[in-house]
Design a protein around this ligand. Sequence first.
Ligand code: GRG
Length: 310
Amino acid sequence: MNDKFYEKYTSVKLAIEAELDRLVVPDKDCKADSVAQVLPEHVIYESMRYSLLAGGKRIRPVLMMAVGELLGVDQDIVMPFACALEMIHTYSLIHDDLPAMDDDVLRRGKDTNHVVYGEDIAILAGDGLLNMAYEVMSEALIDMEDKQAGAYMMSGVAACSGVSGMVGGQVIDLQSEGQVISKDTLLRMHTMKTGALMKAACTTPALFFKGKNTSDEDFNLMCDFARNLGLAFQIKDDILDVKGDEAVLGKSIGKDKNNEKTTFLTFYTIEECESLLDKYTNAALSALEKYGAKADFLRDICVYLVKRVS
Ligand code: GRG
């Protein structure tokens, strides 16, 4: 990867992190006052910020900003939706790490939320982030000139995050533990659990144009891009769970086997997984052909995700 890519990725990531930092405070309209005055419920903000601002690749919001740039949607319009998506992703990680789900102690290089704040606060921190995501999107919608566009964007994020998307995929995952599942079920589970937030990231800017007498071509291409990228991302995640370095990854490895999860490595060897990774990455890249050089940042993101070590 070239330096120009990392410079751009870092600058988008830092802008997103600065906005997340601004949004998640006891009262974002009078930050200085409320930080000075410690309220009894202050711990929930601390807990939400602990996980949200703990690092992470920020791949979903960076993708959303990149697609927004590609399709010509103002970056200020996309930013609140990108932040909301990262809040939803972080809530899902906090809840996924709970003893009732994956029971994990390490995330983003730190103790998991419930280890630090207890299960009760960790559940509420996840709930708080989920609700704040909708607060941030609906406030953005109020300020948008084209409210219908904002409503389409928010509804897209909601659909991808809920039972027909990530939550549904997590249910399939939990119900599949210790069971023999088919390759089709595995693909369906990951398309929902991991792929749906990728779909939200890549299609939300395209939804800005819905209902404006434009064709659905960009939306359909972004669905195709996200579906293949999501599967490539998950295969790489499965490989890293076996071959990765816990210190670099910042999360526990070997968890899939311990939790009796079916993964791509249940069906395929590492070498076969690596060629599947290439197959899905190439399919994702093919979906970008129409855009020529304008999509180079998105192409570089794909390559970065395939080569990532964390
Ligand atoms: C609790 C509703 C609910 C859903 C949980 C996110 C999730 C669904 C489970 C986490 C476990 C897992 C392996 C999910 C697959 C998606 C994935 C690889 C998540 C980790 O995302 P990264 O790598 O993490 O983008 P960072 O920390 O970089 O943001």
